[in-house]
Design a protein around this ligand. Structure first.
Ligand SMILES: [Zn+2]
Length: 194
């Protein structure tokens, strides 16, 4: 599983929200999630699969691509500016499939990402945020806990690098707690330092 953009992503509309004034949604609610690429407009497949639609619908999805995934879900990538894949083409997770755009029923450039259990049935949508395990909150996407836990805080960087260099710590999992036995090993290593 992959995120649809490289670099920063902004979540502009969540799954399940009601339509804005003057708009109607075929499903009565927002059936997908709207995302905007901050650094890059290139859209990447979130999973591998086979392209079952690559088409243009001027009053709805604009330029859109649908990929049938091996896990059974169909993923719709809508309002594209450009489509890079054809029907029956096999795509890999992360493959560039098009460019974000503002084609179809839109107010601005974004990707409408929609996932259905059954492609032909609009009542089988799921929340893409849940599938991608990302926040259900609009605004800039904050990456998962793992990523955050891999970052050494600025204030600790010098000490962290020193401890790594001296072999006191192995340089992994900077945010995790330490056990008493691990502490004993570190102290032993420290005393053995010359
Ligand atoms: Zn949308």
């Amino acid at each position: 599983m992959n995120l649809p953009y490289e670099g920063k992503i902004r979540v502009t509309k969540l799954y399940g929200t009601p339509p804005p004034p003057g708009f109607t949604y075929a499903a009565g609610k927002h059936s997908g999630m709207d995302l905007v690429g901050v650094n890059s407009k290139q859209i990447h497949a979130i999973a591998s699969g086979t392209v079952i639609r690559s088409s243009y619908d001027p009053t709805g999805w604009g330029n859109y691509v649908v990929i049938a995934q091996p896990d059974g879900y169909s993923c719709i990538y809508a309002h594209l500016n450009k489509r890079n894949v054809k029907v029956n083409e096999k795509v890999q997770a992360g493959q560039a499939i098009g460019m974000e755009g503002n084609t179809g029923n839109v107010t601005g450039s974004h990707l409408h990402l929609e996932m259905r259990k059954v492609y032909a049935d609009r009542n089988t949508t799921i929340d893409p945020a849940e599938y991608l395990q990302i926040q259900k909150k609009t605004g800039d996407l904050v990456m998962g806990k793992e990523k955050e836990q891999d970052q050494v805080s600025d204030w600790a960087k010098d000490a962290w690098n020193w401890a790594k260099e001296k072999g006191l710590l192995d340089g992994t999992r900077p945010k995790e707690p330490i056990t008493r036995e691990e502490m004993a090993v570190i102290l032993e290593r420290l005393v053995a330092l010359k």
